[in-house]
Design a protein around this ligand. Structure first.
Ligand code: SF4
Length: 348
């Protein structure tokens, strides 16, 4: 059986230099190759490398850790959903949003997810595995190559709970912030968590001061637990307190994500509980208008989100109602992938 080729982009700087040295080339070639890889170039397009080096590399390696599988673009909102394939045939999804000519990429950090949120398709088959930092990087590189735009912002809001894959996520973030790689500023990175308290504390201790967003979805524990089983382990008050410690250390305002589910978390009681939780803080709420989809267990309507928004205004709660993006291309977490892999035995 042919030996599986390793992705060159997954090598550290030192490993890449060692590979190049073994091929009898000087270290500056490693730098050239890294720059090409970050641009999403194929080996055949790395024109400032000797032809025989390109050929040897193509024989032994792949460029990226993921390959392009499928894309769907929604013209009105300039949103593209990407499906990408790992070396072990798992389908990963990312979303690219173009706004004002700038590309924001929503990155997946795990294949599947163990957290079981009731409104999310990514968790239906459970966790498959953590993604490596180079698989996260490859999502950015492919999205950039396909759209023809450099990545301006990233949001870790795709499939998976990023803080359950802490080391790989941290390695990825530290890498893309480097000036000699993608040079993405820390203020252009947002990480969303369902409230993994030790993970939030680790980010604070590591001074990983990206924009932090807490998937709250309800400030009443008994109701939240119906949407998010994580509430049983990390109560919302504890998760919020960890966010406030992060806020204190980072100086960064915390965002609370809130998917309005009609008849469940859109009541006066919920609005009041939210007000109590946020009292004395400068947090803001992002009300999310979810895509309706058959099989989605929690459906809501624009009307419910609008009504709840009016309630929050009445209580003086700082919030925004997110405009609908990607509804026709299944842009919500996990939806396109689940449709795509259904009935395919060769894909996970
Ligand atoms: S919303 Fe996020 S944490 Fe919850 S199941 Fe989906 S991917 Fe996992």
């Amino acid at each position: 059986m042919a030996e599986e080729r390793k992705a060159l982009v997954s090598l550290s700087d030192e490993e890449l230099i060692a590979v190049i040295a073994e091929l009898g080339q000087s270290p500056f070639r490693a730098k050239q190759i890294r720059q090409w890889l970050l641009k999403g170039a194929l080996f055949s397009e790395m024109t400032n490398l000797p032809k025989d080096l390109r050929e040897v590399l193509a024989e032994k390696y792949t460029e990226l850790s993921l390959s392009r599988e499928y894309e769907m673009r929604e013209e009105d909102t300039d949103t593209t959903k990407f499906l990408m394939r790992t070396a072990d045939d798992i389908i990963i999804e990312s979303v690219g949003l173009i706004y004002d000519g700038k590309l924001t990429v929503c990155v997946s950090t795990q294949a599947g997810c163990a957290m079981g949120c009731s409104f999310c398709s990514s968790t239906v088959g459970g966790l498959i595995r953590n993604l490596t930092s180079s698989e996260m990087l490859s999502q950015l590189i492919l999205a950039s190559r396909i759209t023809g735009l450099a990545v301006s912002n990233i949001v870790l809001m795709g499939s998976g709970e990023p803080l359950n894959n802490y080391e790989n996520v941290k390695e990825f973030l530290l890498y893309i912030m480097r000036k000699d790689t993608l040079n993405i500023g820390i203020r252009h990175i947002t990480l969303s968590t369902c409230g993994i308290v030790p993970g939030i504390d680790r980010m604070r201790e590591d001074a990983l001061f990206v924009n932090l967003s807490l998937s709250l979805h309800c400030a009443v524990g008994d109701i939240r637990v119906q949407l998010m089983p994580v509430e049983k382990k990390y109560h919302l008050e504890d998760a919020f307190s960890a966010c406030m410690r992060f806020r204190q250390a980072s100086g960064r305002r915390i965002t609370l994500e809130y998917c309005v589910v009609e008849g469940l978390n859109d009541t006066e009681q919920c609005a009041r509980a939210l007000k109590d939780l946020m009292r004395g803080t400068d947090s803001e709420v992002n009300l999310i208008d979810y895509n309706k989809k058959e099989g989605y267990r929690a459906l809501n309507s624009r009307t419910a989100a609008d009504r709840f928004s009016a309630m929050l205004t009445k209580y003086g709660i700082d919030h925004t109602l997110r405009r609908r993006l990607g509804s026709s291309i299944n842009a919500a977490c996990g939806q396109l992938k689940s449709t795509y892999v259904k009935d395919r035995q060769d894909l996970k």
